[in-house]
Write a protein that binds this ligand. Structure first.
Ligand SMILES: NC(=O)c1ccc[n+]([C@@H]2O[C@H](COP(=O)([O-])OP(=O)(O)OC[C@H]3O[C@@H](n4cnc5c(N)ncnc54)[C@H](O)[C@@H]3O)[C@@H](O)[C@H]2O)c1
Length: 252
């Protein structure tokens, strides 16, 4: 029970990596607030509770300051403290700079990057009161490596890596750590719109081994394992780090 006695918020936890992470945290003893813009986040909570875990759902748009403040307040009301913040929610709106509307650019930056500034701005004071905490930001292999037709997304993911490092430096002395996970390709549906611009999902998947050497999609549970490690005291020496989990994509 590596998160016994801890309270965690996981954003974007209605499905995919976030849902797997919320369930994994709960199995390790954490009380979890499942935060998502989609009402189906309640399904993640039901699954956790049916297995004897403790979780609540909070619906919000992570790019809205007041809603993020409400999320932090809700967590403190329900559980009394905050120790782990897993910032996972994101959108993938593909396009070149000419192809993207300004609304798509702003939405990408606000949901993917500004949201992490907001959750940390309002969550860190609660971690301080708890004597410390662990922030786990979900970046991407695109935090390091760009791809075609993905300009806003890669810019947001590069920003997440540097924001993580900045937070790590600012709060290291207060026992508040911040690390970043950088996954490669998963088959969660998150990449479907981008795949359409690259010749279609079937075409991309048939060439998967060419860009992701392990030759298969990464599973959400594989990323959840890393999130658990970074959230727990097992990674106590790590802050400002990026854990690359991209099946060899960026090794080439
Ligand atoms: N799927 C991949 O191949 C891949 C690769 C690298 C990084 N990632 C990153 O992993 C994370 C999760 O991706 P996934 O594959 O599980 O995607 P997903 O689409 O399955 O899940 C994303 C979740 O975020 C939620 N969300 C979106 N906008 C939101 C908002 N404004 N407010 C609150 N919730 C919001 C969605 O409702 C959804 O539940 C993202 O940060 C993504 O950038 C994914």
């Amino acid at each position: 029970m590596r998160l016994e006695g801890k309270t965690a918020i996981v954003t974007g936890a209605a499905q995919g990596i976030g849902a797997s992470t919320a369930k994994r945290f709960a199995r390790e003893g954490a009380k979890v607030v499942v935060a998502d813009i989609m009402d189906s986040g309640i399904d993640t909570v039901s699954e956790i509770c049916s297995l004897g875990g403790d979780a609540h759902f909070f619906r919000l748009d992570v790019s809205h300051s007041e809603q993020v403040q409400d999320l932090i307040n809700y967590t403190i009301e329900k559980y009394g403290s905050l120790h782990v913040l897993c910032n996972n929610a994101a959108v993938n709106l593909p396009g070149t700079v000419e192809g993207l509307t300004e609304e798509m650019w702003d939405r990408t930056m606000n949901v993917n990057l500004k949201s992490m500034y907001l959750t940390c701005k309002y969550g860190i004071p609660e971690m301080r009161k708890a004597g410390g905490g662990s922030i786990v930001n979900v970046g991407s292999a695109n935090s390091f490596v760009a791809e075609k037709f993905l300009s806003a997304y890669v810019a947001s993911k590069g920003g997440i890596l540097m924001l993580t490092k900045a937070i790590a430096l600012d709060y290291a002395k207060e026992n508040i750590r911040a690390n970043c996970i950088c996954p490669g390709w998963l088959s969660t549906g998150f990449n479907d719109a981008h795949a359409a611009l690259l010749g279609g999902l079937d075409h991309v998947l048939s060439g998967l081994a060419d860009f992701q050497p392990i030759g298969r999609a990464i599973e959400p549970e594989e990323i959840a394992s890393i999130a658990l490690f970074l959230a727990s005291d097992e990674s106590s020496a790590m802050t400002g780090s990026a854990v690359v989990a991209d099946g060899g994509f960026s090794a080439q």
